[in-house]
Write a protein that binds this ligand. Structure first.
Ligand SMILES: [Zn+2]
Length: 325
């Protein structure tokens, strides 16, 4: 999940260098993002690793639906961190509804995260499984009038996450990939219209959901995540096409747009949901361990919290996420 201010330089630009100096040592490494972006030390940071054994059934959760206007797709761009397709969100054209959402949300953009090889690349991890890539469709709640205002609200943004695994080629994905030739380098932008991204959804609409954040600075904690349980299948060649992008500008030495996986201890307040199921997990770091409080909440949609059941358990520090971009 890329933040809207991705790539903006401050006194020192953020990046992914580690303590050993691997990666871009000229940029602030994730352990220090909070020095410039205090949200990065929040309790609702993303991504997370989901442990499906912890997910509980909640029959009150609704199914979700997307109604996208292909004509609202506008452009595709390379921002040096990812490739992004931007939609017209000046009125209710492409909408996401239902699920855990308190109302309709407008589609603003989608983008992908991928790795340097097929064995990793997704931001979220499911029971230890790292998928080859992860698609993020970013929507905002128009009751806050502007996208900027929505970023300040805990329910301002809704992101649908779709995992990509390696297998047979996906034709609908190729339409998007073919456009990447026009945006090889940072700052490039090209028209991209008549595209309905719901063609990239899996057949099964089951999902997990939790309250989280953007995964890049300033890491605002404003996101209702809907992570689709069923991955879509694309070919290895199709993922390789993503790796043909550069994070450098046209007039700069070429730098591949690669993501370096960096694990971090998860301090999230996590709510992961299956279809019709919801569980809330609170974790606080205690030494090298986490106290995990499982709070199962039953919601009567759209009225929030009717009933809370508390369950506490200790867990080892096995819950980690990883940041790519
Ligand atoms: Zn993203």
């Amino acid at each position: 999940m890329s933040s809207p201010v991705t790539g903006k330089a401050t006194s020192k630009e953020w990046g992914y260098a580690d303590h050993n100096g691997n990666g871009d040592s000229q940029k602030l490494c994730p352990d220090h993002w909070h020095e410039l972006f205090p949200n990065a030390k929040g309790d609702n940071q993303s991504p997370i690793e989901l442990h499906t054994k912890d997910v509980r059934h909640d029959p009150s959760l609704l199914p979700w639906s997307a109604s996208y206007d292909p004509g609202s797709a506008k452009t595709i761009l390379n921002n040096g961190k990812t490739c992004r397709v931007v939609f017209d969100d000046t009125y209710d054209r492409s909408m996401l509804r239902g699920g855990p959402l308190p109302g309709p949300y407008r589609l603003r953009q989608f983008h992908l995260h991928w790795g340097s090889s097929d064995d990793h690349g997704s931001e979220h991890i499911v029971d230890g499984v790292k998928y080859a890539a992860e698609l993020h469709l970013v929507h905002w709640n128009p009751k806050y009038n502007t996208y900027g205002e929505a970023l300040k609200q805990p329910d301002g943004i809704a992101v649908v996450g779709v995992f990509l695994k390696i297998g047979r080629e996906k034709g609908d994905f190729q339409i998007f990939l073919d456009a990447l030739d026009k945006i090889k380098t940072k700052g490039k932008e090209a028209p991209f219209s008549h595209f309905d991204p719901s063609c990239l959804f899996p057949a099964c609409r089951d999902y997990w959901t939790y309250r989280g954040s953007f995964t890049t600075p300033p890491c605002e904690e404003c996101i209702v995540w809907l992570l689709l349980k069923e991955p879509i299948t694309v070919s290895s060649d199709q993922i390789a096409k993503l790796r043909s992008l550069f994070s450098s500008a046209e007039n700069e030495p070429p730098v591949p747009m690669e993501r370096k996986p960096i694990t971090f201890p998860n301090k999230n307040t996590i709510s992961s949901k299956k279809k019709h199921g919801r569980i809330k997990i609170r974790k606080k770091a205690i030494g090298h361990h986490f106290l995990v409080i499982l709070i199962s909440q039953i919601f009567s949609f759209p009225i929030f919290i009717l009933k809370i059941i508390n369950l506490e358990a200790m867990m080892s520090n096995s819950i980690y996420g990883s940041r790519y971009v």
